[in-house]
Every structure is written in structure tokens, then in C-alpha cells.
Design a protein around this ligand. Structure first.
Ligand code: ZN
Length: 199
């Protein structure tokens, strides 16, 4: 095997570690990149080097950006008194795509798990509780995944805030927009029925 071939193989192996890519799609992606190295691969390599050098976690909310404090935390218009708690940066970005929430976020970076020894300190829950008086938060919206771990974590945070003046809410669960009842699982139908409202 020539050095060049070895380097290409090494690139394919690295690409195959990306979420959603296996060895087969990594090979196709690398081949595509090599064929379009001028238009795609070189700009991609530059963008990756740039982000690798500058990306960091926001010291306040845990969002990923290129500054110590992210754009959302710096934006005074987003000091609405509402704080949305999410598990992962991907969830924060999904909420932002929806353009419905105009407050600030807190990224936990996971969920409580006795099995993996992930406790409140590992998730930055003390930091979350400290932000509430610091930023005059009146409502904490728990936008955690509808998994056992997500709901355990939501209950832990709600318990920690019980007795304080802050309002604790969660996202509604139910029938997705465009969803057909026949395709939903029993748990989703049950949650939707419980959260029914007057028409
Ligand atoms: Zn931030």
C-alpha cells in the first residue's frame, strides 16, 4: 500500500466514526471529497481547522460557540426571565430552528444516571440553580427527552425548585404536526389524550 493510499484509508476510518456514517458511507463521502477537492474538500478542511481552533462551550449556558459567553447569553433581549433546560446542544439548536422561544437556555450535557455515575454535579445542576436568582428567572421550562432518564432528571430539577417562587413547566407531549394516529405508539397517544384541550 502506498503512503497516499494509507492516508486515504486513515481518512475513511476517521470519517466512519462520525454519527450516522458507517465504513461504507464514509468511503463514499471521502471519494466524493477527493473528486471535488478544489470546490468542497479544501474549504471543508479550512472550516474544520477554524472551528477546531475556536469552538468552546459557553461558560454560562453550555451552548457551543466561538466566544466564552455565547450570542444568546449576551443578547439582552433574551433576558425574558424564561430559562429552557435541554439535555444536549443539539436540542438547543433544534429549539432555535423553531424560532418560538425567545428566552435563554441551560444545557445539561446529559441526564442523571446512577449506572454511569452521572449525578447533579456532573450535569451542572448547581450552576443551573445559581442562574435563577442571578438572572431573575421566573419560569424554568424543562425540555428534556421523553425517556426514563430525561423524566427522572426533570423530576429531580422540579424537586430542587419546589418551594421557590420559580414556575416549573414542561413541553407538552402528543400528536406531532402532520402525524397520523394510526402510526403513533401507545405512549404518545396516551400522553396526547391526557394533555387534551378544549377546541
Ligand atoms: Zn450561553
Amino acid at each position: 500500500m502506498s503512503d497516499a493510499t494509507r492516508e486515504i484509508e486513515a481518512l475513511i476510518e476517521l470519517m466512519a466514526r462520525l454519527p450516522g456514517l458507517g465504513p461504507r458511507s464514509a468511503r463514499r463521502a471521502v471519494l466524493h471529497l477527493i473528486k471535488r477537492r478544489g470546490q468542497v474538500m479544501a474549504p471543508l478542511a479550512r472550516a474544520m481547522a477554524e472551528v477546531a481552533a475556536t469552538a468552546r462551550e459557553c461558560a454560562s449556558c453550555g451552548n457551543i460557540g466561538t466566544a466564552d459567553i455565547c450570542d444568546i447569553c449576551r443578547d439582552e433581549r433574551r433576558a425574558t426571565g424564561e430559562l429552557c433546560v435541554v439535555e444536549d446542544v443539539a436540542d438547543l439548536w433544534a429549539m432555535e430552528r423553531g424560532q418560538a422561544f425567545r428566552g435563554r437556555y441551560h444545557v445539561l450535557g446529559g441526564t442523571l444516571s446512577a449506572l454511569d455515575a452521572i449525578g447533579p454535579d456532573e450535569l451542572g445542576i448547581p450552576r443551573l440553580l445559581a442562574r435563577i436568582p442571578e438572572e431573575g428567572i421566573g419560569e424554568v421550562i424543562l425540555a428534556l427527552n421523553a425517556t426514563v432518564e430525561g423524566q427522572t432528571t426533570a423530576h429531580y430539577i422540579a424537586d430542587a425548585l419546589a418551594g421557590s417562587a420559580v414556575r416549573v413547566t414542561t413541553l407538552a407531549q402528543g400528536v406531532p404536526i402532520g402525524g397520523e394516529l394510526d402510526y403513533l405508539d401507545d405512549g404518545t397517544i396516551l400522553a396526547a389524550l391526557r394533555a387534551r384541550k378544549a377546541l
